[in-house]
Design a protein around this ligand. Sequence first.
Ligand SMILES: *[C@@H]1O[C@H](CO)[C@@H](O)[C@H](O)[C@H]1NC(C)=O
Ligand SMILES: *[C@@H]1O[C@H](CO)[C@@H](O)[C@H](O)[C@H]1NC(C)=O
Ligand SMILES: *[C@@H]1O[C@H](CO)[C@@H](O)[C@H](O)[C@H]1NC(C)=O
Length: 570
Amino acid sequence: MMRLLLTIAAAATCALPQALAVAPSDTWRDADIGQSSYLGGGHNMDPAVVDSERFTQLWNASFGAAEKFYAKPLAYTPKSTGKQVVFLASTENIIRTLDAETGELVKERQVADPQPADVSYCTSVADNIGIIGTPTIDPETDIAYFYAKSYIPEFRLENQTTAVLNGVYYFFAVDINTLEDIEGFPIMVDGIPADNDPRKVFIGGTILQRPSLVQIGDTVFAGFGGLCDQFNYTGTILGVNIKSKKVVTNFATQSGPDSSFTLDWTAWHEGGAGGVWQSGMGLSSDGESLFFVTDNGDTSLNHTPPAPGTSQLDLLSESAVKLHVSPDGAVRLADYFQPHDYLEDGGLDLGSGGIALLPPHGFNTAKYPNLAAVAGKTGKIHILAQSDLGGYGNGPDGTDAAVQVIPPQPRPDGGSFSNGIYGAVGAYPLPNDDGEGPGGYIYAAAVAQEVVAYEFKEQGEDDNGEFEFVLAGKSVEKNLDRPGVGIPTITTAVDEETGAEKKDSGIVWLMDPEAGLRAWHAVPGDDGVLKSIELPSIEGTNKYQRPVFGNGRVYVIDARGVLVCLGTVE
Ligand SMILES: *[C@@H]1O[C@H](CO)[C@@H](O)[C@H](O)[C@H]1NC(C)=O
Ligand SMILES: *[C@@H]1O[C@H](CO)[C@@H](O)[C@H](O)[C@H]1NC(C)=O
Ligand SMILES: *[C@@H]1O[C@H](CO)[C@@H](O)[C@H](O)[C@H]1NC(C)=O
Protein backbone atom coordinates (compact mmCIF):
# COMPACT_ATOMS: atom_id res chain seq x y z
CA MET A 1 0.00 0.00 0.00
CA MET A 2 2.79 2.34 1.00
CA ARG A 3 4.47 1.75 -2.34
CA LEU A 4 1.32 2.57 -4.28
CA LEU A 5 0.83 5.87 -2.50
CA LEU A 6 4.39 6.92 -3.04
CA THR A 7 4.48 6.06 -6.71
CA ILE A 8 1.20 7.86 -7.37
CA ALA A 9 2.57 10.90 -5.61
CA ALA A 10 5.65 10.73 -7.81
CA ALA A 11 3.55 10.55 -10.94
CA ALA A 12 1.53 13.55 -9.91
CA THR A 13 4.58 15.74 -9.58
CA CYS A 14 6.38 14.80 -12.76
CA ALA A 15 3.79 16.23 -15.12
CA LEU A 16 3.52 13.37 -17.55
CA PRO A 17 1.92 14.36 -20.80
CA GLN A 18 -1.76 13.60 -21.13
CA ALA A 19 -1.45 10.67 -23.48
CA LEU A 20 0.90 8.86 -21.16
CA ALA A 21 -0.70 9.80 -17.85
CA VAL A 22 -1.40 6.36 -16.48
CA ALA A 23 0.11 4.56 -13.52
CA PRO A 24 3.91 4.59 -13.42
CA SER A 25 5.59 1.53 -14.80
CA ASP A 26 8.89 -0.17 -14.12
CA THR A 27 11.12 -2.72 -15.83
CA TRP A 28 12.82 -4.48 -12.94
CA ARG A 29 14.02 -7.49 -14.94
CA ASP A 30 14.74 -8.24 -18.60
CA ALA A 31 11.20 -8.26 -20.08
CA ASP A 32 8.61 -10.72 -18.74
CA ILE A 33 9.46 -13.77 -16.64
CA GLY A 34 8.37 -16.09 -19.48
CA GLN A 35 10.58 -14.22 -21.98
CA SER A 36 7.66 -13.94 -24.40
CA SER A 37 8.78 -10.32 -24.90
CA TYR A 38 5.15 -9.22 -24.64
CA LEU A 39 5.17 -6.37 -22.14
CA GLY A 40 1.47 -5.49 -22.31
CA GLY A 41 -0.15 -2.12 -21.84
CA GLY A 42 1.43 -1.15 -18.53
CA HIS A 43 4.04 1.06 -20.16
CA ASN A 44 1.34 2.76 -22.21
CA MET A 45 3.34 3.18 -25.35
CA ASP A 46 0.61 4.56 -27.58
CA PRO A 47 1.40 4.43 -31.30
CA ALA A 48 -0.54 7.68 -31.72
CA VAL A 49 2.14 9.32 -29.59
CA VAL A 50 5.18 7.24 -30.50
CA ASP A 51 4.51 7.67 -34.22
CA SER A 52 4.44 11.47 -33.92
CA GLU A 53 6.89 14.32 -33.65
CA ARG A 54 6.09 14.65 -29.97
CA PHE A 55 8.16 11.55 -29.33
CA THR A 56 11.75 12.78 -29.00
CA GLN A 57 15.01 12.36 -27.17
CA LEU A 58 14.60 13.66 -23.62
CA TRP A 59 18.16 13.26 -22.42
CA ASN A 60 21.29 11.16 -22.83
CA ALA A 61 24.20 10.18 -20.62
CA SER A 62 27.73 9.04 -21.47
CA PHE A 63 30.09 6.86 -19.50
CA GLY A 64 33.72 5.69 -19.49
CA ALA A 65 35.31 4.97 -22.86
CA ALA A 66 36.19 1.37 -21.93
CA GLU A 67 32.72 0.56 -20.61
CA LYS A 68 30.41 -1.67 -22.57
CA PHE A 69 26.85 -2.50 -21.72
CA TYR A 70 25.71 -6.04 -22.40
CA ALA A 71 23.44 -5.94 -19.35
CA LYS A 72 20.25 -4.17 -20.37
CA PRO A 73 19.23 -1.08 -18.40
CA LEU A 74 16.45 -1.48 -15.84
CA ALA A 75 13.92 1.18 -14.83
CA TYR A 76 12.75 0.98 -11.25
CA THR A 77 10.89 3.04 -8.66
CA PRO A 78 12.21 2.19 -5.17
CA LYS A 79 9.63 2.02 -2.41
CA SER A 80 11.50 4.40 -0.15
CA THR A 81 11.81 7.34 -2.54
CA GLY A 82 9.03 6.81 -5.08
CA LYS A 83 11.43 8.34 -7.61
CA GLN A 84 12.19 6.27 -10.66
CA VAL A 85 15.82 5.46 -11.47
CA VAL A 86 17.57 3.76 -14.36
CA PHE A 87 19.91 1.05 -13.10
CA LEU A 88 22.98 0.27 -15.23
CA ALA A 89 25.73 -2.33 -14.92
CA SER A 90 28.82 -2.35 -17.15
CA THR A 91 31.73 -4.53 -18.22
CA GLU A 92 33.91 -2.42 -15.89
CA ASN A 93 31.82 -3.70 -12.94
CA ILE A 94 30.47 -0.20 -12.44
CA ILE A 95 26.85 -0.01 -11.31
CA ARG A 96 24.89 3.24 -11.41
CA THR A 97 21.52 4.71 -10.81
CA LEU A 98 20.39 7.73 -12.82
CA ASP A 99 17.34 9.89 -12.28
CA ALA A 100 14.92 8.51 -14.87
CA GLU A 101 13.41 11.92 -15.55
CA THR A 102 16.57 13.93 -15.96
CA GLY A 103 19.39 11.45 -16.55
CA GLU A 104 21.37 12.88 -13.64
CA LEU A 105 23.65 10.46 -11.85
CA VAL A 106 22.27 9.43 -8.47
CA LYS A 107 24.76 6.78 -7.30
CA GLU A 108 27.79 5.07 -8.77
CA ARG A 109 30.00 2.30 -7.52
CA GLN A 110 32.60 -0.10 -8.89
CA VAL A 111 31.82 -3.36 -7.13
CA ALA A 112 35.06 -5.21 -7.99
CA ASP A 113 37.96 -5.08 -10.42
CA PRO A 114 36.86 -6.65 -13.71
CA GLN A 115 39.01 -9.39 -15.23
CA PRO A 116 41.06 -8.25 -18.25
CA ALA A 117 39.70 -9.89 -21.39
CA ASP A 118 43.09 -10.54 -22.99
CA VAL A 119 43.98 -13.30 -20.50
CA SER A 120 41.10 -15.32 -21.96
CA TYR A 121 41.69 -14.21 -25.58
CA CYS A 122 38.26 -12.62 -25.50
CA THR A 123 38.85 -8.91 -26.17
CA SER A 124 36.02 -8.96 -28.73
CA VAL A 125 33.64 -8.70 -25.76
CA ALA A 126 35.28 -5.69 -24.10
CA ASP A 127 38.66 -4.66 -22.68
CA ASN A 128 37.60 -6.03 -19.33
CA ILE A 129 34.93 -8.52 -18.42
CA GLY A 130 32.83 -7.58 -15.43
CA ILE A 131 29.04 -7.62 -15.38
CA ILE A 132 27.55 -9.04 -18.58
CA GLY A 133 24.21 -10.69 -17.67
CA THR A 134 21.23 -8.41 -17.01
CA PRO A 135 20.53 -8.06 -13.27
CA THR A 136 17.13 -8.67 -11.69
CA ILE A 137 15.59 -6.44 -9.03
CA ASP A 138 13.30 -7.85 -6.32
CA PRO A 139 10.44 -5.32 -6.06
CA GLU A 140 9.57 -6.68 -2.60
CA THR A 141 12.89 -5.60 -1.16
CA ASP A 142 14.47 -3.01 -3.53
CA ILE A 143 17.46 -5.34 -3.91
CA ALA A 144 19.26 -5.82 -7.23
CA TYR A 145 21.01 -9.15 -7.92
CA PHE A 146 23.76 -9.75 -10.47
CA TYR A 147 27.04 -11.58 -11.14
CA ALA A 148 30.33 -9.73 -11.46
CA LYS A 149 33.48 -11.31 -12.85
CA SER A 150 36.70 -10.40 -11.09
CA TYR A 151 40.02 -11.99 -10.09
CA ILE A 152 42.05 -12.68 -6.96
CA PRO A 153 45.83 -12.33 -7.38
CA GLU A 154 47.62 -15.66 -6.79
CA PHE A 155 44.29 -17.36 -6.12
CA ARG A 156 45.14 -20.48 -8.12
CA LEU A 157 48.35 -19.46 -9.88
CA GLU A 158 51.34 -18.35 -7.89
CA ASN A 159 53.02 -15.07 -8.90
CA GLN A 160 50.19 -14.19 -11.25
CA THR A 161 47.49 -11.63 -10.77
CA THR A 162 44.80 -11.56 -13.42
CA ALA A 163 45.46 -14.98 -15.03
CA VAL A 164 42.45 -17.00 -16.21
CA LEU A 165 42.53 -19.38 -13.26
CA ASN A 166 42.60 -16.47 -10.85
CA GLY A 167 39.29 -15.29 -12.29
CA VAL A 168 36.26 -15.61 -10.01
CA TYR A 169 32.58 -14.79 -10.06
CA TYR A 170 30.79 -13.00 -7.23
CA PHE A 171 27.03 -12.99 -6.76
CA PHE A 172 26.05 -9.51 -5.61
CA ALA A 173 22.98 -8.22 -3.82
CA VAL A 174 22.85 -4.43 -3.53
CA ASP A 175 20.33 -1.99 -2.14
CA ILE A 176 19.03 -0.07 -5.16
CA ASN A 177 18.87 3.15 -3.11
CA THR A 178 22.43 3.16 -1.84
CA LEU A 179 24.10 0.63 -4.18
CA GLU A 180 25.74 -0.76 -1.02
CA ASP A 181 26.00 -4.50 -0.41
CA ILE A 182 23.30 -6.32 1.50
CA GLU A 183 24.78 -8.03 4.55
CA GLY A 184 26.05 -11.51 3.73
CA PHE A 185 26.79 -10.59 0.11
CA PRO A 186 28.61 -10.76 -2.21
CA ILE A 187 28.98 -14.53 -2.32
CA MET A 188 32.02 -15.92 -4.09
CA VAL A 189 30.66 -18.78 -6.19
CA ASP A 190 34.02 -20.16 -7.23
CA GLY A 191 35.31 -23.69 -6.68
CA ILE A 192 31.94 -25.39 -6.27
CA PRO A 193 31.51 -28.94 -7.65
CA ALA A 194 28.46 -29.54 -9.85
CA ASP A 195 25.54 -31.26 -8.07
CA ASN A 196 25.16 -33.75 -10.91
CA ASP A 197 28.89 -34.29 -11.53
CA PRO A 198 31.24 -33.42 -8.64
CA ARG A 199 34.30 -33.75 -10.92
CA LYS A 200 33.24 -30.56 -12.65
CA VAL A 201 34.31 -27.65 -10.53
CA PHE A 202 32.94 -24.19 -11.26
CA ILE A 203 35.90 -21.99 -12.19
CA GLY A 204 34.73 -18.47 -12.90
CA GLY A 205 37.80 -17.57 -14.95
CA THR A 206 36.96 -20.10 -17.67
CA ILE A 207 33.28 -19.31 -18.10
CA LEU A 208 30.90 -16.42 -18.90
CA GLN A 209 27.64 -15.37 -17.25
CA ARG A 210 25.69 -14.03 -20.22
CA PRO A 211 21.88 -14.63 -20.00
CA SER A 212 19.68 -12.29 -17.97
CA LEU A 213 18.99 -13.53 -14.44
CA VAL A 214 15.62 -14.85 -13.27
CA GLN A 215 14.25 -14.96 -9.74
CA ILE A 216 11.90 -17.85 -8.91
CA GLY A 217 10.65 -17.60 -5.33
CA ASP A 218 13.67 -17.11 -3.12
CA THR A 219 16.17 -18.37 -5.69
CA VAL A 220 17.99 -16.33 -8.32
CA PHE A 221 19.12 -18.43 -11.29
CA ALA A 222 21.84 -17.65 -13.80
CA GLY A 223 23.20 -19.41 -16.87
CA PHE A 224 26.88 -19.77 -17.75
CA GLY A 225 28.55 -20.66 -21.04
CA GLY A 226 31.78 -20.30 -22.94
CA LEU A 227 34.18 -17.40 -22.83
CA CYS A 228 34.90 -16.97 -26.56
CA ASP A 229 34.62 -20.78 -26.55
CA GLN A 230 37.94 -21.29 -24.77
CA PHE A 231 38.93 -23.75 -22.06
CA ASN A 232 37.40 -26.86 -20.53
CA TYR A 233 34.10 -25.30 -19.45
CA THR A 234 30.73 -26.97 -19.05
CA GLY A 235 27.45 -25.11 -19.41
CA THR A 236 26.12 -24.47 -15.92
CA ILE A 237 23.07 -23.17 -14.10
CA LEU A 238 23.74 -21.66 -10.69
CA GLY A 239 20.97 -20.93 -8.21
CA VAL A 240 21.51 -18.76 -5.14
CA ASN A 241 18.94 -18.76 -2.37
CA ILE A 242 18.68 -15.14 -1.30
CA LYS A 243 17.35 -15.99 2.16
CA SER A 244 19.96 -18.57 3.12
CA LYS A 245 22.56 -16.65 1.07
CA LYS A 246 23.92 -19.91 -0.30
CA VAL A 247 24.46 -21.54 -3.67
CA VAL A 248 21.71 -24.16 -3.72
CA THR A 249 22.05 -25.28 -7.35
CA ASN A 250 25.04 -26.01 -9.57
CA PHE A 251 23.63 -27.95 -12.51
CA ALA A 252 26.03 -29.01 -15.27
CA THR A 253 24.46 -29.43 -18.73
CA GLN A 254 26.96 -32.22 -19.47
CA SER A 255 27.27 -34.72 -16.65
CA GLY A 256 28.00 -38.34 -15.88
CA PRO A 257 30.54 -40.87 -17.17
CA ASP A 258 29.80 -40.17 -20.85
CA SER A 259 30.55 -36.48 -20.58
CA SER A 260 33.91 -34.96 -21.41
CA PHE A 261 36.06 -34.05 -18.48
CA THR A 262 39.67 -32.98 -18.08
CA LEU A 263 41.78 -31.41 -15.41
CA ASP A 264 43.61 -29.59 -18.19
CA TRP A 265 41.78 -26.30 -18.00
CA THR A 266 43.34 -25.07 -21.26
CA ALA A 267 41.77 -27.89 -23.34
CA TRP A 268 39.31 -26.38 -25.81
CA HIS A 269 35.76 -27.75 -25.30
CA GLU A 270 37.13 -30.72 -23.32
CA GLY A 271 34.86 -29.99 -20.38
CA GLY A 272 31.88 -30.90 -22.53
CA ALA A 273 30.79 -27.32 -23.33
CA GLY A 274 26.99 -27.18 -23.80
CA GLY A 275 27.00 -23.56 -22.68
CA VAL A 276 23.96 -21.52 -21.72
CA TRP A 277 24.42 -18.16 -23.46
CA GLN A 278 21.19 -17.60 -25.44
CA SER A 279 22.58 -14.38 -26.99
CA GLY A 280 22.04 -12.88 -23.58
CA MET A 281 18.31 -13.62 -23.52
CA GLY A 282 16.95 -14.36 -20.04
CA LEU A 283 16.31 -17.77 -18.56
CA SER A 284 12.53 -18.26 -18.66
CA SER A 285 10.07 -19.39 -16.04
CA ASP A 286 6.36 -20.01 -15.60
CA GLY A 287 6.90 -19.09 -11.96
CA GLU A 288 7.60 -22.72 -11.05
CA SER A 289 9.97 -24.37 -13.50
CA LEU A 290 13.15 -23.07 -15.11
CA PHE A 291 13.57 -23.16 -18.90
CA PHE A 292 16.73 -22.58 -20.94
CA VAL A 293 18.53 -23.75 -24.09
CA THR A 294 22.00 -25.25 -24.36
CA ASP A 295 24.63 -24.74 -27.01
CA ASN A 296 26.63 -27.48 -28.73
CA GLY A 297 28.28 -29.90 -26.35
CA ASP A 298 29.17 -33.56 -26.22
CA THR A 299 27.65 -35.80 -28.87
CA SER A 300 24.21 -36.83 -27.78
CA LEU A 301 23.50 -40.17 -26.13
CA ASN A 302 20.34 -40.16 -28.22
CA HIS A 303 21.69 -42.26 -31.10
CA THR A 304 18.47 -44.00 -31.91
CA PRO A 305 15.23 -42.13 -31.75
CA PRO A 306 12.82 -41.94 -30.09
CA ALA A 307 13.72 -40.87 -26.55
CA PRO A 308 11.05 -39.26 -24.40
CA GLY A 309 11.79 -35.85 -22.94
CA THR A 310 11.07 -37.19 -19.50
CA SER A 311 13.87 -39.76 -19.75
CA GLN A 312 17.15 -38.89 -18.07
CA LEU A 313 19.65 -37.31 -20.48
CA ASP A 314 23.10 -36.53 -19.14
CA LEU A 315 24.38 -34.80 -22.27
CA LEU A 316 22.02 -31.90 -22.75
CA SER A 317 23.55 -30.58 -25.96
CA GLU A 318 21.51 -28.38 -28.32
CA SER A 319 18.50 -28.88 -26.09
CA ALA A 320 15.60 -26.85 -24.79
CA VAL A 321 15.55 -27.85 -21.14
CA LYS A 322 12.96 -27.69 -18.37
CA LEU A 323 14.17 -28.07 -14.80
CA HIS A 324 11.82 -28.70 -11.93
CA VAL A 325 12.60 -26.22 -9.15
CA SER A 326 11.83 -27.16 -5.52
CA PRO A 327 10.95 -24.46 -2.98
CA ASP A 328 14.50 -24.48 -1.62
CA GLY A 329 15.89 -23.86 -5.12
CA ALA A 330 17.22 -27.38 -5.85
CA VAL A 331 16.58 -28.52 -9.42
CA ARG A 332 16.13 -31.74 -11.37
CA LEU A 333 15.70 -32.40 -15.08
CA ALA A 334 11.98 -32.53 -15.88
CA ASP A 335 11.82 -32.49 -19.68
CA TYR A 336 13.75 -31.56 -22.80
CA PHE A 337 13.52 -31.10 -26.56
CA GLN A 338 16.44 -31.92 -28.83
CA PRO A 339 15.95 -31.37 -32.59
CA HIS A 340 16.45 -34.64 -34.49
CA ASP A 341 18.74 -32.93 -37.03
CA TYR A 342 20.91 -31.07 -34.57
CA LEU A 343 24.06 -32.96 -35.51
CA GLU A 344 23.58 -32.62 -39.25
CA ASP A 345 23.25 -28.95 -38.64
CA GLY A 346 26.71 -28.77 -37.09
CA GLY A 347 27.50 -25.19 -36.15
CA LEU A 348 23.88 -24.21 -36.47
CA ASP A 349 23.21 -24.25 -32.76
CA LEU A 350 19.87 -24.16 -31.03
CA GLY A 351 21.51 -22.39 -28.11
CA SER A 352 21.75 -18.98 -29.80
CA GLY A 353 18.41 -18.24 -28.18
CA GLY A 354 16.34 -19.10 -25.15
CA ILE A 355 12.74 -20.25 -24.75
CA ALA A 356 9.80 -17.88 -25.16
CA LEU A 357 6.85 -19.06 -23.07
CA LEU A 358 3.90 -17.73 -25.09
CA PRO A 359 1.21 -15.85 -23.11
CA PRO A 360 -1.55 -18.48 -22.74
CA HIS A 361 -4.44 -16.03 -23.18
CA GLY A 362 -3.42 -15.52 -26.79
CA PHE A 363 -1.85 -18.79 -27.73
CA ASN A 364 -3.72 -21.83 -26.51
CA THR A 365 -6.16 -24.52 -27.51
CA ALA A 366 -7.90 -27.15 -25.40
CA LYS A 367 -5.16 -29.56 -26.43
CA TYR A 368 -2.24 -27.15 -25.93
CA PRO A 369 -2.95 -24.85 -22.99
CA ASN A 370 0.66 -23.63 -22.73
CA LEU A 371 3.00 -23.19 -25.69
CA ALA A 372 6.62 -22.22 -26.08
CA ALA A 373 8.81 -21.18 -28.99
CA VAL A 374 12.48 -22.02 -29.50
CA ALA A 375 14.56 -20.88 -32.45
CA GLY A 376 18.26 -20.98 -33.24
CA LYS A 377 20.89 -20.59 -35.90
CA THR A 378 19.00 -22.82 -38.35
CA GLY A 379 16.26 -20.17 -38.48
CA LYS A 380 13.59 -22.79 -37.76
CA ILE A 381 11.06 -21.88 -35.10
CA HIS A 382 10.02 -24.86 -33.00
CA ILE A 383 6.62 -24.46 -31.34
CA LEU A 384 6.52 -26.76 -28.31
CA ALA A 385 4.02 -27.73 -25.64
CA GLN A 386 5.35 -26.59 -22.26
CA SER A 387 4.03 -29.73 -20.56
CA ASP A 388 5.66 -32.09 -23.11
CA LEU A 389 8.62 -30.49 -24.83
CA GLY A 390 9.03 -33.40 -27.22
CA GLY A 391 12.22 -35.23 -26.31
CA TYR A 392 14.28 -36.50 -29.23
CA GLY A 393 12.91 -37.90 -32.46
CA ASN A 394 9.37 -38.59 -31.28
CA GLY A 395 7.78 -37.28 -34.48
CA PRO A 396 7.02 -39.29 -37.64
CA ASP A 397 10.07 -41.27 -38.88
CA GLY A 398 12.22 -40.07 -36.03
CA THR A 399 11.65 -36.39 -36.72
CA ASP A 400 10.70 -33.75 -34.17
CA ALA A 401 7.63 -34.05 -32.00
CA ALA A 402 7.34 -30.28 -32.00
CA VAL A 403 3.76 -29.06 -32.26
CA GLN A 404 4.81 -27.04 -35.30
CA VAL A 405 8.13 -26.32 -36.99
CA ILE A 406 8.02 -23.04 -38.87
CA PRO A 407 10.61 -23.37 -41.65
CA PRO A 408 13.35 -20.77 -41.95
CA GLN A 409 13.02 -17.93 -44.41
CA PRO A 410 14.90 -18.69 -47.62
CA ARG A 411 18.56 -17.90 -47.11
CA PRO A 412 19.72 -14.99 -49.23
CA ASP A 413 23.07 -15.16 -50.99
CA GLY A 414 25.98 -14.58 -48.74
CA GLY A 415 26.79 -15.07 -45.11
CA SER A 416 26.38 -18.45 -43.51
CA PHE A 417 24.60 -16.74 -40.63
CA SER A 418 21.82 -15.50 -42.91
CA ASN A 419 18.41 -16.47 -41.53
CA GLY A 420 19.68 -17.61 -38.15
CA ILE A 421 17.76 -16.41 -35.10
CA TYR A 422 19.66 -15.08 -32.09
CA GLY A 423 17.31 -14.83 -29.14
CA ALA A 424 13.72 -15.88 -29.71
CA VAL A 425 10.45 -14.77 -31.18
CA GLY A 426 8.43 -12.01 -29.53
CA ALA A 427 4.72 -12.59 -28.92
CA TYR A 428 1.61 -10.38 -29.16
CA PRO A 429 -1.49 -12.11 -27.79
CA LEU A 430 -4.77 -10.80 -29.19
CA PRO A 431 -8.35 -12.00 -29.44
CA ASN A 432 -9.02 -13.82 -32.71
CA ASP A 433 -11.13 -12.34 -35.52
CA ASP A 434 -14.38 -13.25 -33.70
CA GLY A 435 -13.08 -11.39 -30.67
CA GLU A 436 -13.57 -14.48 -28.55
CA GLY A 437 -10.95 -17.17 -29.00
CA PRO A 438 -7.20 -16.98 -28.72
CA GLY A 439 -5.10 -15.32 -31.39
CA GLY A 440 -2.23 -12.97 -32.03
CA TYR A 441 1.18 -12.91 -33.65
CA ILE A 442 4.72 -13.99 -33.06
CA TYR A 443 7.59 -12.07 -34.63
CA ALA A 444 11.00 -13.33 -35.69
CA ALA A 445 14.02 -11.20 -36.54
CA ALA A 446 16.50 -13.45 -38.35
CA VAL A 447 19.89 -12.33 -39.63
CA ALA A 448 19.66 -10.48 -42.97
CA GLN A 449 15.89 -11.04 -43.16
CA GLU A 450 12.85 -8.84 -42.79
CA VAL A 451 11.00 -8.94 -39.46
CA VAL A 452 8.38 -11.63 -40.03
CA ALA A 453 4.97 -11.92 -38.33
CA TYR A 454 3.15 -15.27 -38.01
CA GLU A 455 -0.49 -15.33 -36.97
CA PHE A 456 -1.94 -17.91 -34.58
CA LYS A 457 -4.89 -19.66 -36.24
CA GLU A 458 -6.99 -22.43 -34.78
CA GLN A 459 -7.58 -25.13 -37.36
CA GLY A 460 -10.84 -26.80 -38.26
CA GLU A 461 -14.38 -26.16 -37.14
CA ASP A 462 -14.66 -28.81 -34.50
CA ASP A 463 -12.47 -27.32 -31.83
CA ASN A 464 -10.08 -30.24 -32.16
CA GLY A 465 -7.32 -28.36 -30.44
CA GLU A 466 -5.11 -28.01 -33.51
CA PHE A 467 -3.64 -24.71 -34.64
CA GLU A 468 -1.07 -23.30 -36.97
CA PHE A 469 1.09 -20.21 -37.13
CA VAL A 470 0.78 -18.79 -40.64
CA LEU A 471 2.85 -16.08 -42.32
CA ALA A 472 0.93 -12.82 -42.03
CA GLY A 473 3.35 -10.04 -42.75
CA LYS A 474 6.88 -8.73 -43.14
CA SER A 475 8.69 -5.48 -42.62
CA VAL A 476 10.15 -3.61 -45.57
CA GLU A 477 13.37 -3.07 -43.62
CA LYS A 478 15.93 -5.84 -43.35
CA ASN A 479 17.90 -6.82 -40.28
CA LEU A 480 21.65 -6.57 -40.06
CA ASP A 481 23.38 -9.21 -42.20
CA ARG A 482 25.39 -10.61 -39.31
CA PRO A 483 24.40 -11.69 -35.79
CA GLY A 484 23.48 -8.91 -33.38
CA VAL A 485 19.81 -8.03 -33.83
CA GLY A 486 17.85 -8.29 -30.58
CA ILE A 487 14.51 -9.87 -29.72
CA PRO A 488 11.29 -8.32 -31.08
CA THR A 489 9.63 -6.76 -28.04
CA ILE A 490 5.94 -5.85 -27.94
CA THR A 491 4.18 -3.06 -26.07
CA THR A 492 0.58 -1.82 -26.16
CA ALA A 493 -1.39 1.05 -24.67
CA VAL A 494 -4.42 0.88 -22.41
CA ASP A 495 -7.62 2.86 -22.56
CA GLU A 496 -7.55 5.19 -19.56
CA GLU A 497 -11.27 4.89 -18.89
CA THR A 498 -11.67 1.14 -19.12
CA GLY A 499 -8.13 -0.04 -18.42
CA ALA A 500 -8.46 -2.38 -21.40
CA GLU A 501 -5.80 -2.71 -24.04
CA LYS A 502 -6.47 -0.33 -26.94
CA LYS A 503 -7.24 -1.99 -30.25
CA ASP A 504 -4.33 -1.88 -32.68
CA SER A 505 -2.04 -0.28 -30.12
CA GLY A 506 0.62 -2.96 -30.46
CA ILE A 507 4.15 -1.87 -31.33
CA VAL A 508 6.99 -4.25 -32.20
CA TRP A 509 10.34 -2.81 -31.13
CA LEU A 510 13.70 -4.11 -32.28
CA MET A 511 17.30 -3.09 -31.75
CA ASP A 512 19.78 -3.52 -34.57
CA PRO A 513 23.52 -2.92 -34.09
CA GLU A 514 23.62 -0.61 -37.13
CA ALA A 515 20.09 0.70 -37.58
CA GLY A 516 19.66 1.39 -33.87
CA LEU A 517 16.08 1.35 -32.60
CA ARG A 518 13.29 0.37 -34.97
CA ALA A 519 9.55 -0.08 -34.45
CA TRP A 520 6.51 -1.20 -36.41
CA HIS A 521 2.77 -1.26 -35.93
CA ALA A 522 2.37 -4.80 -34.68
CA VAL A 523 -0.64 -5.87 -36.72
CA PRO A 524 0.39 -6.31 -40.35
CA GLY A 525 -1.72 -4.53 -42.98
CA ASP A 526 -3.92 -6.39 -45.44
CA ASP A 527 -1.03 -5.95 -47.88
CA GLY A 528 1.12 -8.12 -45.60
CA VAL A 529 3.37 -5.24 -44.65
CA LEU A 530 4.45 -4.35 -41.13
CA LYS A 531 4.21 -0.57 -41.23
CA SER A 532 7.17 1.12 -39.67
CA ILE A 533 7.09 3.86 -37.06
CA GLU A 534 9.53 6.70 -37.46
CA LEU A 535 11.61 7.19 -34.34
CA PRO A 536 14.28 9.63 -33.21
CA SER A 537 17.51 8.22 -34.58
CA ILE A 538 19.72 6.07 -32.36
CA GLU A 539 23.31 5.55 -33.51
CA GLY A 540 23.42 1.75 -33.52
CA THR A 541 23.60 -0.42 -30.42
CA ASN A 542 25.51 -3.25 -28.81
CA LYS A 543 24.59 -6.80 -29.90
CA TYR A 544 21.35 -8.50 -28.84
CA GLN A 545 19.75 -5.58 -27.03
CA ARG A 546 16.17 -4.53 -26.54
CA PRO A 547 14.62 -1.21 -25.53
CA VAL A 548 13.59 -0.83 -21.90
CA PHE A 549 10.40 0.93 -20.85
CA GLY A 550 9.32 2.88 -17.77
CA ASN A 551 6.76 5.60 -17.17
CA GLY A 552 6.15 6.32 -20.84
CA ARG A 553 9.86 6.61 -21.53
CA VAL A 554 12.13 4.32 -23.55
CA TYR A 555 15.76 3.64 -22.66
CA VAL A 556 18.35 2.35 -25.11
CA ILE A 557 22.15 2.28 -25.18
CA ASP A 558 23.67 3.19 -28.51
CA ALA A 559 26.72 1.67 -30.20
CA ARG A 560 29.07 4.04 -28.38
CA GLY A 561 27.62 3.20 -24.99
CA VAL A 562 25.52 6.37 -24.65
CA LEU A 563 22.29 5.84 -22.70
CA VAL A 564 19.47 7.63 -24.55
CA CYS A 565 16.03 8.32 -23.10
CA LEU A 566 13.12 8.84 -25.49
CA GLY A 567 9.70 10.12 -24.57
CA THR A 568 7.44 13.12 -24.87
CA VAL A 569 7.38 16.61 -23.42
CA GLU A 570 4.27 18.72 -23.43
C1 LIG B 1 23.05 13.99 -26.28
O1 LIG B 1 22.46 15.24 -25.99
C2 LIG B 1 23.18 16.34 -26.51
C3 LIG B 1 22.53 17.61 -25.96
O2 LIG B 1 21.18 17.62 -26.23
C4 LIG B 1 23.19 16.28 -28.02
O3 LIG B 1 23.93 17.35 -28.55
C5 LIG B 1 23.82 14.96 -28.44
O4 LIG B 1 23.73 14.82 -29.84
C6 LIG B 1 23.11 13.79 -27.79
N1 LIG B 1 23.84 12.57 -28.05
C7 LIG B 1 23.27 11.50 -28.61
C8 LIG B 1 24.15 10.31 -28.79
O5 LIG B 1 22.13 11.45 -28.96
C1 LIG C 1 57.13 -17.14 -7.54
O1 LIG C 1 58.12 -16.17 -7.23
C2 LIG C 1 59.07 -16.61 -6.25
C3 LIG C 1 59.97 -15.42 -5.91
O2 LIG C 1 60.46 -14.82 -7.08
C4 LIG C 1 59.84 -17.81 -6.81
O3 LIG C 1 60.74 -18.27 -5.84
C5 LIG C 1 58.88 -18.90 -7.16
O4 LIG C 1 59.55 -19.98 -7.78
C6 LIG C 1 57.78 -18.39 -8.11
N1 LIG C 1 56.78 -19.41 -8.31
C7 LIG C 1 56.39 -19.79 -9.54
C8 LIG C 1 55.36 -20.87 -9.60
O5 LIG C 1 56.83 -19.31 -10.58
C1 LIG D 1 38.53 -28.02 -15.87
O1 LIG D 1 39.79 -28.03 -15.24
C2 LIG D 1 39.78 -27.64 -13.88
C3 LIG D 1 41.21 -27.49 -13.38
O2 LIG D 1 41.86 -28.72 -13.39
C4 LIG D 1 38.95 -28.62 -13.06
O3 LIG D 1 38.91 -28.24 -11.70
C5 LIG D 1 37.54 -28.62 -13.63
O4 LIG D 1 36.73 -29.53 -12.93
C6 LIG D 1 37.58 -28.97 -15.12
N1 LIG D 1 36.23 -28.80 -15.62
C7 LIG D 1 35.72 -29.60 -16.56
C8 LIG D 1 34.31 -29.31 -16.91
O5 LIG D 1 36.33 -30.45 -17.13
